[in-house]
Unconditional design. Structure first.
Length: 158
């Protein structure tokens, strides 16, 4: 389910917590979704009952990755994530970090890929303040959006 309204998100999270379901949250750009993303999301889902994925908007990605990204527009990226069986809810966000979403969701577990360190995540402090946990999971070697872009550019060089 795609959630574009923060009030709806609050209501859904309240209902999930009332059912004592363990909420897992992760976030990212998910530009050119690949095997590494799918494995990562499947792994994240195993930490709890419900997986909520925050996805950076196109404008947010431009701030983080510069003007050549995203390759795939938000509408398509959201559609793809919403159709992966490991994901329960997809929430687009415009900020550079998911801190505002985390303040609403207060997930039991926040998952990030192995290219991050817990200490370097701006959201770690907030998560620990309310008693949540941060889990860093390994990346799948050889799979990254940057690698795919480089491979395509090399293949289509003239």
């Amino acid at each position: 389910m795609i959630i574009n309204d923060r009030n709806l998100l609050k209501n859904i999270v309240s209902e999930l917590k009332a059912q004592n379901l363990e909420i897992v949250f992760t976030n990212g750009c998910f530009d050119i979704v690949h095997k590494g993303h799918v494995e990562y999301l499947n792994h994240a889902k195993r930490f709890g009952d419900v997986l909520i994925v925050g996805i950076n908007s196109d404008e947010s990605i431009k701030k983080i990755k510069r003007d050549k990204r995203p390759i795939i527009p938000l509408e398509s990226r959201v559609y793809i994530l919403d159709n992966l069986k490991s994901i329960d809810f997809v929430v687009p966000f415009d900020e550079e970090t998911p801190i505002n979403l985390i303040k609403i969701i207060k997930p039991d577990i926040h998952v990030k890929g192995g290219d991050y360190n817990e200490e370097d995540l701006p959201e770690s402090k907030i998560i620990k303040e309310y008693g949540g946990k941060v889990k860093i999971i390994p990346l799948i070697e050889g799979f990254s959006t940057t690698n795919i872009i480089e491979w395509v550019l090399e293949k289509y060089k003239e």
